[in-house]
Design a protein around this ligand. Structure first.
Ligand SMILES: [Cu+2]
Length: 177
């Protein structure tokens, strides 16, 4: 009986141990400009707000503003971090059309989180793109573990819990005999 309890405790610890890291990633909760906004004039800054503090540091966090041809408009350099908000300066935009805001930030739990928003410029701007010297950290790059959906963790936890119960039942039966 004691052995069965130990097995159940192990199963429970495994569930907590696997579920916690997935829940601890920062999540984007708001942005300025808003995702899918239509703007007559390009924004002078992009601010992304997360549910937890973003970790600072040189070259760690990036925000990019990219036109349909891949031209960059963010001012090169590190974005400004204030607690859970990250702000990048943006140069004057070019032609009217869809622009992508790409981001990659360091979560409070130490994992990178990346994503993408879009907005539409409805009137031509006066700017021309500049492409930063460092690598493009915008669209598509989902980070080392940022893309793992929550159901993977849940299935893993259920499998571990099932294994623990099976072991507990077996151990209990063996002790009786
Ligand atoms: Cu994490």
């Amino acid at each position: 009986m004691k052995r069965a309890l130990v097995a159940l405790l192990f199963a429970g610890a495994a569930v907590l141990g696997t579920a916690a890291p997935a829940a601890a990633h920062n999540a984007l909760i708001s942005s300025d400009p808003k995702d899918k906004a239509s703007l007559e004039a390009g924004p002078s800054t992009v601010t992304l707000t997360f549910d937890q503090d973003v970790q600072g540091g040189q070259g760690i966090n990036t925000i990019s503003v990219v036109d349909a041809n891949g031209g960059h408009y963010e001012v090169p350099g590190d974005p400004t971090i204030k607690d859970n908000a990250v702000t990048a300066k943006v140069n004057a935009l070019g032609k009217a059309g869809e622009y992508k805001i790409g981001y990659r930030i360091l979560s409070a739990d130490g994992h990178p989180v990346s994503g993408e928003l879009t907005f539409t410029l409805t009137k031509d701007g006066t700017g021309t793109p500049t492409t930063p010297a460092n690598a493009d950290a915008s669209a598509g790059d989902s980070g080392s573990d940022g893309g793992l959906p929550i159901w993977v963790w849940i299935v893993g936890a259920v499998v571990l819990l099932g294994g623990g119960v099976f072991f507990a039942l077996r151990a209990g039966g063996g002790a009786k005999a």
